[in-house]
Structures are given as C-alpha cells and as structure tokens.
Design a protein. Structure first.
Length: 208
C-alpha cells in the first residue's frame, strides 16, 4: 500500500508508521476498513432491498391477478360450455327435424313403390289405361293338359273377384304371394295380366 500522506510506496499492510513522514498508518487502516465495510454493507442492503421488492411484487401479483383470475377463467369457461350446449341443442333439433323428413320421405317412396308394384301385377300388358276395369270372363278353350283324376279331393277352384291379382290370390290361398307362379303353371297362364273377373282357377295344394 502507499502512504496516504506522502505517497510513499511499498508499505506493508501491517505497518503502523510511514518511514518517510512518520504518519500513523493504523488510523488510515481503520478508516479504510470502515470504508470497505460500508461498501459491503451497502451491497448487502441493496441485495436485501431487491429481494424485498421482488417478494412484494410477487405477493401483489398473486393477490391481484392469480387470486382473482381463476374465478374469471372459471366463469368464462362456464359461459363457453353453456354456449356450446346451446349450439349442440340447436344442432340436435335440426337433426331430429331432418330425421323426421327423411322418415316421411322414405315412407312415401315405399308406399309409392308398393302401389306401383301392385299396379304392374294388376294391369294387363296390352291395356291402354291403368284404371281400365277388368273385363267379364268369357270362357275359352284351354289347351290340352295332363288330365288329373276327377276324384282328386285336393283340387279346389277359386273364382277371381274384382281388384284381385295372382299375387293376392296366392297370398290368400298359400299364405305366400310369391307362389303366384304355381297358379300360373297349374292354369297355363302366361301373363298375370290376362286374368279376368269371374275366371275360375285350379288350386292344387302347395308342396312344402
């Protein structure tokens, strides 16, 4: 260290007097130590102030933001969920309406298809009008067929009524409308539209 009075260089740290000016260095050493302590104390105080400030800011943030923010977030989430529920209810109502419309449409199409199917079975091919009533039956000579025993107890006769078709007759007699082909074969009918009101049909038992 240097002498603070005469600036004599190279003095030891533990020296008590300056060899040139005989100044008491112990006093200056104490002053220097006090000055260093003061610097360290200021540094410690600054660090303490910063820590206290950070703690205060953290507490304020927690109280004013974190403490009240969850309630706001929860309210916002509840409002959002309620809105989503309302939207889902609207969509559900639209889907129900669409399902009802589709059901009505499918029912209408099915009824129309059934009606057209019945009309195709009832109508003769050569008929010019779908609503033309069946003509009165005029007996015609039937082609020769293999003769059945006259005493066959299983043979029955069925007289065609107005509005009946081979399909409805097969369903009434055999319990299955798709067996109208058997009636056509047994009576040598080539076209189901050729039947007429009053015509008698041979009905043989169905082989299961």
């Amino acid at each position: 260290m240097d002498c603070p009075i005469c600036s004599y260089p190279g003095l030891r740290e533990e020296a008590d007097h300056c060899p040139r000016c005989s100044a008491d260095l112990s006093v200056f050493r104490q002053i220097h130590e006090l000055h260093e302590r003061s610097k360290r104390q200021k540094t410690h105080n600054m660090v303490l102030y910063i820590v206290i400030l950070l703690l205060g800011l953290g507490w304020a943030y927690t109280y004013y933001f974190v403490g009240t923010q969850p309630d706001k977030i929860i309210r916002m989430e509840i409002d959002q969920k309620n809105q989503e529920i309302i939207e889902l209810q609207k969509e559900n109502s639209k889907l129900r309406t669409m399902m009802v419309d589709v059901t009505d449409l499918s029912t209408s199409v099915l009824n129309t298809a059934k009606s057209q199917s019945k009309e195709r079975v009832i109508e003769p091919k050569e008929s010019k009008s779908q609503t033309k009533p069946a003509e009165e039956y005029k007996p015609t000579a039937l082609p020769k067929q293999k003769a059945k025993p006259a005493s066959d107890p299983t043979l029955e006769y069925y007289t065609i009524k107005t509005g009946e078709t081979l399909y409805s007759i097969a369903k009434s007699v055999y319990g299955d409308g798709h067996k109208y082909n058997k009636i056509m074969t047994d009576n040598n009918i080539k076209d189901p539209g050729e039947i007429k009101v009053g015509q008698k049909l041979k009905i043989y038992p169905s082989k299961k």
